[in-house]
Design a protein around this ligand. Structure first.
Ligand code: AMP
Ligand code: MN
Ligand code: MN
Ligand code: MN
Length: 293
């Protein structure tokens, strides 16, 4: 993770509607305390948190206590590719798009059955988790983060990271893959739903320059609009390479902390790598293309 600094915007947040720990109302409260101008909710595989978040932002803005109104951009994060490592953000997708609705329904069904398979694998390893600890079992977007946190609460591991490193990460004993669309199909689907489509945290992919360039080219062919360059996983060196690449190709530059609300991590709301001098212009460029808000 690179050293990060605070900005007045955060275009990548998670709530309790997926694997975040804060409700939309709590996220809004935190954004207001930080004096942010704009936030986007990007829950995994669900649009269910978007209306509550829009309502919480509207309530905050109507309260008259903010120095400037808080802008809210509805979004979503889809996992894609054979190992699920490619994450695609769709800003301003039409939440009633039939193809998006079908895709989310399939993803949620797959998440639920996969969570049961992960729990069975853990049980086979002698780790029987107390189902009462699994708050996320009630969420249609149940994921490995919920299971990892339950493992911490149950004392199986000390940290969420340890749960992933020992059991839940790809290749580990309780890993169960998901059934996912290809990255190009995820981009096309979000485009069809009217979204501005951004490749999330490109450095998380751990690809070499040539492979990452090839992926970006391929996704541009499917309609990719931007790259999430200012993410805690992007090193200063990578920013210096990726930002000119984005601008040369007329791709939007975005940034977000990927805040999940976990304590004891180095992720803080609105903290991204330093050097994003044009965040205001880049935000306007994104907003000018977002159709559904
Ligand atoms: P899933 O969508 O169920 O496959 O889980 C992926 C989510 O788990 C990511 O969005 C992160 O929130 C979290 N995650 C993935 N890998 C790790 C890791 N190594 N350490 C902590 N959290 C992780
Ligand atoms: Mn997550
Ligand atoms: Mn992601
Ligand atoms: Mn995310």
């Amino acid at each position: 993770m690179s050293a990060t600094i605070g900005y007045p915007i955060d275009l990548h947040l998670h709530s309790t509607y997926s694997d975040g720990l804060k409700s939309p109302e709590e996220l809004c409260g935190a954004a207001a305390r930080l004096g942010l101008y704009a936030i986007a909710l990007c829950d995994h595989d669900t649009v269910d948190g978007l209306a509550p978040m829009a309502k919480a932002v509207a309530r905050l803005n109507a309260g008259g206590a903010l120095p400037q109104p808080l802008r809210f951009i509805p979004s979503i994060e889809l996992s894609a590719g054979s190992d699920g490592h490619i994450h695609i953000l769709g800003y301003g997708a039409n939440p009633r798009s039939p193809s998006l609705t079908a895709c989310l329904h399939a993803a949620q069904t797959d998440r639920t059955s996969r969570a049961a398979r992960i729990l069975a694998r853990l049980a086979a390893l002698g780790i029987a988790l107390d189902p009462d600890l699994l708050d996320g079992l009630k969420s249609p977007a149940i994921g490995r983060a919920h299971i990892a946190r339950a493992m911490v609460k149950d004392g199986v591991v000390n940290t969420v990271q340890q749960a992933f490193d020992r059991y839940l990460a790809q290749g580990k004993s309780a890993y169960v893959p998901r059934k996912l669309p290809s990255a190009a199909d995820a981009v096309s689907l979000l485009k069809d739903a009217g979204a501005v489509v951004v490749l999330a945290h490109p450095c998380r992919l751990s690809l070499g320059d040539a492979a990452l360039n090839a992926l970006i080219k391929e996704l541009m062919g499917a309609g990719l609009d931007g790259l999430e360059i200012y993410h805690p996983s992007t090193s200063r060196t990578a920013v210096r390479r990726l930002e000119p690449l984005a601008r040369r190709n007329d791709l939007l530059v975005t940034g977000g902390s990927d805040y999940h609300g976990d304590a004891n991590t180095r992720v803080s709301m609105a903290h991204m790598p330093s050097g994003w001098l044009s965040w205001a212009e880049d935000l306007e460029a994104l907003l000018s293309r977002v159709k559904h808000t």
